[in-house]
Design a protein around this ligand. Structure first.
Ligand code: SAM
Ligand code: DTB
Ligand code: SF4
Length: 331
């Protein structure tokens, strides 16, 4: 059976993944690009825009995160954003060509009261005609049911790293807690956006084990964000040795091969990447980005830079042609 028609697999062994990672770079990229072309328009990239709806003062201790209350990163604690602010940010994102609007909150988990407020935000974004995604921390089954009823399209909940390296990164919740939330989402048939962070000092084996966890879930996540660690001063991971960019591209390529029908997002960390590196990531099968000059709290490339890059590479945002009236600015 060729790769292109290979069925979706959930039985990857670490040895098989290691073999993928260790192929000569050109062979790996050719294979990933071939797989990509069999499943997607090779020149289309989906664009999502992020908004932090509740910033800072998070009780969790994720060692990479500027929003943890445990580290003094200078972030102001903010309350949940008012609906009007969400509406104007969403309208702006739509105007700039985003098809999905992702809202993130620095919570361990939402209270039921907060969830009601987020549900109002989901409704207003849907009314603007965009897909909705939220990332609010751990969820109970009852909460996933409410989000499903609200019409939520995607929920982002990352595994972040391998089960083995996880305890070096987060102590306030377990890997199993994350798997349980993913299970609650699947049970309500909410699309899952789940990936991880590369460049946290993990080994090659940890990267393989993260992808193994993702691909061996009962269903592949519909979206797989691959973040490059954004190093923020005063977080424990600040000063971690920089990852070799070729290893980042290899991770994208292996994710593409293992989860052929999932959208792989080149997520955080693009401000530290050259255009050439991002181009290699698209060649390796990345087909989504966050668009807009801020992620949740840290910088993302300016919109003009992304438009120039897409233009140079002949990439079309969301697979649509730009119209005179705008609406697809990154095309
Ligand atoms: N608090 C919720 C949670 O952790 O599930 C939602 C928001 S949290 C900021 C969403 C994701 O952002 C994390 O799971 C992590 O993968 C990513 N993230 C946070 N800080 C990052 C950083 N400095 N670099 C790269 N990715 C980061
Ligand atoms: C994901 O995997 N990456 C996004 C999104 N999901 C929510 C968040 C990246 C955050 C980077 C650090 C910050 O801006 O605070
Ligand atoms: Fe809190 Fe999420 Fe940041 Fe962890 S990643 S500290 S849970 S906001």
């Amino acid at each position: 059976m060729t790769d292109a028609v290979q069925s979706i697999r959930h039985d990857w062994t670490l040895d098989q993944i290691k073999t993928l990672f260790e192929q000569p770079f050109n062979d790996l990229l050719f294979r990933a690009q071939t797989m990509h072309r069999a499943n997607f328009d090779p020149n289309a990239v989906q664009i999502s825009t992020l908004l932090s709806i509740k910033t800072g003062a998070c009780p969790e201790d994720c060692a990479y995160c500027p929003q943890s209350a445990k580290y003094d990163t200078g972030l102001e604690r903010e309350r949940l954003l008012p609906l009007d602010d969400v509406r104007s940010a969403a309208m702006n994102a739509k105007q700039n060509g985003a098809t999905r609007f992702c809202m993130g909150a620095a919570w361990r988990n939402p209270t039921d009261k907060n969830l009601e407020k987020v549900i109002e935000m989901i409704s207003l974004v849907k009314d603007l005609g965009m897909e909705t995604c939220v990332t609010l921390g751990m969820l109970t089954r009852e909460q996933t049911r409410k989000l499903k009823l609200a019409g939520l399209d995607y929920y982002n909940h990352n595994l972040d790293t391998s089960p083995e390296y996880y305890q070096e990164i987060i102590t306030t919740r377990t890997y199993q807690d994350r798997l349980d939330t993913l299970e609650n989402l699947r049970a309500e048939d909410i699309n899952v956006c789940c990936g991880g962070i590369i460049g946290m000092g993990e080994t090659d084996k940890d990267r393989a084990a993260l992808l193994q966890q993702l691909a061996n879930l009962p269903e592949h996540p519909q979206s797989v964000p691959i973040n490059l660690l954004v190093q923020v001063e005063n977080t424990p991971l600040y000063g971690t040795d920089e990852l070799d960019p070729i290893d980042f591209v290899r991770t994208i390529a292996v994710a593409r091969i293992m989860m052929p029908a999932s959208v792989v997002r080149l997520s955080a960390g693009r401000t530290a990447m050259s255009e050439e590196l991002q181009a290699l990531c698209f060649l390796a099968g990345a087909n989504s980005i966050f668009y807009g000059d801020t992620l949740l709290t840290t910088p993302n490339p300016d919109e003009n830079l992304d438009q120039d890059l897409f233009h140079k590479l002949g990439i079309v945002a969301n697979g649509e042609q730009q119209t005179e009236s705008g609406g697809n600015a990154a095309a």
